[in-house]
Design a protein around this ligand. Structure first.
Ligand code: 8Y4
Length: 305
């Protein structure tokens, strides 16, 4: 039954059923999905030699898939403020073996977190299924590389470069309007370059050149991004917007992140990028059940759960 109360914002319904061709995988976004984060920066895995690191990465990817992640986002360049510069060759050397192993051993849907045209080309040749670029294909040659990869691309909003983006970020308009305007401009640039709309996803870029207040407002008004009619991806996992509100260190931010996840799902997020896959899948499915007024997600329709 329809609510008789006029909601201040419209709830997402089954109206927009996105589907994305990701190489050999077809990604069904008729309900919200979870993307697991796999960092392959040297500090993120044990340094007991290359083989140990690759094996650890593979087991971590396998675990996230078992917990219900629909894909694994592999990144070799730390975008944290103040992180050291990584050469394209170094990034390639870190990412390639992991992408190759996830594809060969697990037939995983791999998203590659990169702004580098070289890494985009190599990753797609190795069987990656998506490009996740926090610089929205602004780097020289990235648009052309993305077009020729044939893969879908997630375009993320950011203000400034990771090195300086958190030095008193300011916006001339409501942050959600600035984000929509920027993403609309990047979508247009992609279409001009031959990247069709059906290969694009959008991301408001929580934490990228935004104060806590900007981030909180951006989530509150995230529905504004639905106007572009493209699938939405969000990444808030363990970020400082949680740390600053709750006064918690990075290892104690899960509950805060789950609350944000539920709110993002209500506002139309199609993919949630997180470190903690299992708990997030539960939060997503619970929020989705409320929106659907039922538990018939495509995954448990037959199980009678
Ligand atoms: C603790 C752990 C504190 C991680 C901060 C962080 C996004 C992204 C990142 C995002 C998309 C991060 C690569 C930043 N964030 N890609 N990447 N969207 N699409 N920081 O929000 O996780 S890295």
């Amino acid at each position: 039954m329809k609510s008789t109360v006029d909601p201040s914002y419209s709830l997402k319904t089954a109206g927009s059923a996105f589907q994305l061709r990701c190489g050999r995988h077809l990604l069904d976004l008729s309900f919200p999905r979870v993307m697991g984060i796999l960092n392959v920066t040297p500090d993120s895995f044990s340094d007991g030699g290359q083989h140990v690191a690759l094996d650890d990465a593979l087991r971590h990817g396998e675990r996230m898939l078992a917990e219900g992640a629909v894909m694994i986002d592999v990144g070799g360049e730390s975008t944290r403020p103040g992180a050291p510069f990584v050469s394209e060759q170094e990034e390639l050397d870190r990412v390639s073996p992991v992408v190759e192993a996830l594809v060969r051993e697990l037939d995983a849907l791999v998203s590659v977190d990169t702004s580098s045209p070289v890494v985009m080309r190599e990753a797609s040749a190795l069987g990656a299924g998506m490009i996740n670029d926090v610089r929205a294909l602004e780097r020289e040659g990235a648009l052309a590389a993305a077009v020729s990869s044939g893969l879908p691309v997630c375009l993320m909003h950011r203000q400034g470069e990771p090195q300086d983006m958190q030095q008193s970020p300011r916006y001339e308009q409501p942050v959600e309007s600035a984000v929509v305007a920027y993403l609309a401009e990047r979508v247009a640039a992609c279409e001009t370059a031959g990247l069709r709309r059906n290969r694009l996803l959008l991301d408001p870029g929580f934490g990228f050149g935004k104060t806590v207040e900007h981030n909180l407002r951006l989530l509150k008004y995230m529905e504004a991004l639905q106007s572009l009619e493209l699938p939405l991806l969000v990444g808030m996992s363990r970020k400082s917007m949680i740390g600053k509100v709750l006064g918690r260190p990075v290892e104690e931010r899960l509950a805060g992140g789950l609350a944000l996840t539920a709110m993002a799902v209500e506002r139309g997020a199609n993919i949630i990028r997180v470190h903690d896959v299992g708990p997030t899948v539960d939060a997503v499915n619970m929020a989705w059940a409320v929106l659907q007024e039922g538990c018939e997600t495509p995954l448990n329709k037959e199980s009678g759960a």
